[in-house]
Design a binder for this molecule. Structure first.
Ligand SMILES: [Zn+2]
Length: 692
């Protein structure tokens, strides 16, 4: 566990907070303009210039259709709960409480139909053809479709005797060089035509890098039965209904009631074990086949003093039938610090801050930090303070957790944000999203004085009960700067232990390897370097090098007769990018256009030609976005117009019919090199020729 200093590769990687809560629904004007320009370019490439702009055509930003406006963005935070309270099946919306082994369609909540056209997976230009048919052999075959070269889009296939099961269907947030992309999902080309062989999809827990792709992929795979604990299933169902009305009613669910449950999925026998992780209802998975036993904790951490729980151990797993194949999430493989922070200490610190605060307390945390939020509410109740939650995903998660009975309902303690003013300031605790500095999330709005009901004052206490998701460091620093200007009591993990992470470190990895004593060790769910380092830890505790396999996405490991070998072929795992409602329709060409536009902008030239004389009517019109400000660069613009006029004059004549594609290419090249000599920038050049 990354207890000492959570700014490293801590648990909260890939939290929803990496992207703002609204990131699914809101495009920045830049992105909108970019994608429009991109469309313009595509139009242009196909020679479709039937538009007749009078003046320089202006690119009007349009509001793109929101992708998943209501998607609850579940965060990644620390709270574990091995003792999920028993729940009655009646009060869980959409959750199916058939016992293990008993699957049947659950009843989704009746909802008013939402008007939303469904995303359609379109052939992507960057998608490689399926590498091979690979009829599932009789032997156990393990294929990671995602999560083995990155943190995110976790998804693993297990094949045996013609049956297929899947573990997790996560999403990945885009890289910086993927403008406008909302998220990336695992590529399921390999499963095309094999849908009927899929016996079930097991979800280890409810973080977005494990369930985020479920709404799209479950539908694509004809809704195979899903397996998980209550909170995980409820989160998936909520995501599905947010994504497509009533789609959750299509789901067949197999509920994991306790870790003693055993279920059969085709020829696979599935068992479970306790893990500690930062979201409630995380569960470890055992996949039994005659060829070997796979042990997969999902995400996990170790806490020497977990709150209200017994310490989880793994040594009983060493008694499972050999060969034992341990697939171990190894995010913390490079963290060798000895951790001292524990969950119990963290609660002591949080409670102390809440009780001693002179003003309002504002706690920023991850929205999936359900247990922690519940604990704070409970403590506030005990000392007579009120709690207001703010942030869509946080309110949603707590609502689900209350329905499941995981969080107690303190009616007199919980208030809404618009009721804060009715209470003395020092009696109010606000728990909100946005601790990653996401532009439109609650904490940023508070800091920027854009929140309708909450303003920070000097004697308030602001607590960051979260780690910084890698990539967000600078944004969080700026948020802290702004807060320190407005408030004298800003507390974060560098100062006091007010957060514990959901992931293990190098010591924990070695500890678990010693406890489980696997035959084969497969580090998973992390970047390649993390997995390689985890492999070295395996060697240090005595696992033979030849029994350690660092798989890339798409590699296939076959286990038979106590031997494991990597197959020569690799299955297609190229990116499937989701942008708004489009799944897989943004390929490399569109992405390259966006990168170009983001880098140097665009430069559009509209030329109106008299069809008889082939002479330019008026002068060429220039429009630019993100390149130069036309009004301040008349000389350059006028010089560029001369270049265009010269090309038209040279490449056309009134006597012969003109190949306008050829002329436009000439304009593109000539203007491109002219602008480069003048500016050393390479904007996207969009010539439009209109004959009248
Ligand atoms: Zn997780």
């Amino acid at each position: 566990m990354f207890k000492k200093n959570d700014t490293s590769l801590t648990g909260q990687i890939l939290a929803d907070l990496k992207k703002p809560v609204g990131s699914f629904e809101k495009k920045t004007p830049n992105n909108v303009a970019n994608s429009n320009a991109s469309r313009g370019n595509a139009l242009n490439r196909h020679g479709n210039n039937s538009n007749r702009p009078n003046q320089g055509q202006r690119i009007q930003p349009q509001v793109a259709n929101p992708g998943n406006a209501n998607a609850p963005m579940l965060g990644f935070v620390s709270a574990s709960n091995k003792q999920a309270p028993k729940v009655s099946s009646q009060n869980i919306p959409g959750a199916n409480h058939a016992g293990a082994n008993n699957r049947h369609a659950s009843s989704g909540r009746p909802q008013a139909a939402k008007k939303r056209s469904l995303p359609v997976r379109k052939p992507s230009s960057n998608r490689k053809p399926m590498m091979q048919g690979n009829p599932a052999g009789d032997h156990l075959r393990i294929t990671p479709l995602g999560g083995n070269e990155e943190v995110g889009r976790n998804m693993t296939l297990f094949e045996y005797g013609g049956d297929i099961i899947i573990l997790d269907m996560g999403l990945q947030f885009p890289e910086e060089d993927m403008p406008g992309i909302d998220y990336i999902i695992p590529n399921t080309n390999y499963l095309k035509g094999k849908e009927k062989n899929i016996r079930g999809v097991i979800f280890s827990h409810g973080h977005l890098d494990h369930i985020g792709a479920a709404p799209i992929l479950l539908r694509e795979l004809n809704y195979p039965p899903i397996v998980g604990r209550d909170l995980t299933l409820a989160m998936i169902k909520r995501k599905m209904d947010d994504f497509e009305t009533n789609s959750a009613s299509q789901l067949k669910t197999i509920r994991v009631n306790t870790v003693a449950d055993k279920i059969k999925l085709g020829k696979f026998e599935i068992e479970f074990f306790d893990v500690e992780h930062s979201v409630m209802d995380a569960v470890g998975v055992i996949v039994k086949t005659p060829d070997g036993t796979v042990i997969h904790p999902g995400d996990w951490t170790m806490d020497s003093n977990p709150e209200n729980l017994e310490r989880v151990t793994y040594s009983h797993l060493s008694k499972l039938p050999a060969p034992r194949i341990l697939m171990l999430e190894s995010l913390g493989a490079t963290d060798t610090r000895i951790s001292e922070k524990t969950e119990s200490d963290m609660y002591v610190n949080l409670n102390e801050l809440v009780s001693s605060a002179q003003g309002m307390v504002i706690i920023g945390t991850f929205s999936s930090q359900i247990k922690r939020i519940g604990k704070i509410i409970e403590y506030a109740d005990s000392i007579g303070k009120k709690v207001a939650l703010d942030g869509y995903s946080m309110k949603m998660n707590i609502e689900i957790a209350k329905e499941l009975g995981y969080v107690k309902n303190f009616k007199n303690t919980q208030i809404t944000v618009n009721e804060i003013h009715k209470h003395p300031r020092n009696k109010v605790v606000v728990i909100c999203t946005g601790a990653q500095g996401e532009g439109n999330a609650v904490l940023s709005r508070i800091v920027n004085d854009e929140h309708r009901f909450i303003q920070v004052q000097k004697n308030d206490t602001v607590i960051f009960s979260s780690s910084i998701v890698p990539g967000n460091e600078r944004t969080v620093q700026r948020l802290k700067d702004d807060l320190y200007r407005k408030c004298d009591n800003v507390i974060h993990s560098d100062i006091l232990d007010v957060h514990t992470s959901g992931h293990s470190n190098a010591h924990d990895i070695k500890d678990v390897l010693r406890q489980i004593q696997p035959t084969f060790f497969l580090p998973v769910y992390g970047n390649h370097y993390m997995l390689k380092e985890a492999g070295k830890l395996g060697e240090q505790v005595g696992i033979k090098k030849e029994n350690i396999f660092v798989l890339d996405n798409g590699n296939q490991l076959e286990v038979a007769e106590n031997k494991a070998r990597m197959l020569a072929q690799k299955v297609d795992t190229s990116y499937v990018m989701v942008d708004g409602l489009g799944v897989g329709d943004v390929g490399e060409v569109v992405l390259r256009d966006r990168q170009l536009l983001a880098k140097d902008g665009m430069f559009m030239i509209v030329v109106i030609i008299d069809s008889k004389t082939k002479k330019i009517v008026g002068t060429p019109q220039i429009t630019s976005r993100g390149f130069i400000f036309v009004k301040e660069n008349f000389d350059l613009v006028n010089a560029t117009k001369r270049v265009v006029e010269k090309i038209i004059k040279e490449k056309t004549s009134a006597e012969v019919s003109v190949n306008w594609e050829y002329v436009k290419n000439n304009i593109r090249e000539a203007v491109g090199s002219f602008l480069f000599t003048k500016t050393e920038r390479r904007p996207m050049i969009l010539p439009v020729v209109i004959e009248v």
